[in-house]
Write a protein of this length. Sequence first.
Length: 147
Amino acid sequence: MSLSGFLNRFLIDLFRKKARGQASIEFMSIMAIALSLLVMVTMISIGREQMIVSEREDLLAWRTAMTAAKEINLAASFGNGYERNFTLPPRILTTGYNFSVSNQSLLLTIRWRNSQIYEQITTPNISTVPRSGNNRIRNENGVIIID
């Protein structure tokens, strides 16, 4: 084998090895870009899901507060002798909640996690607040009692 044939063969083999190496590098680059896109899409999806859950919690809390305020306002407007049973959900999604009443500002407050919602009520004469589950509301001599 002559020197020129040897060099020719050597250069052809070297070119083939470089082509294979370049293909591997290109493949790994494409895979890195695809993996980065996957991570980005996953992070965006998780953030969106958390926002949807938070909005759903707010909506359920608002409905619960509206139901309780409506029952208190009905009992106050119908007057002495009014009595009715109503049910509030046991939880807001997976979180417990509680009510409080501000008699001076006539607000019914529902609190859960680190959030709260206020609903207007029409009477300051409330002896107890609603609770999750079954409630019986009655008006005795102008005082709203919730058992």
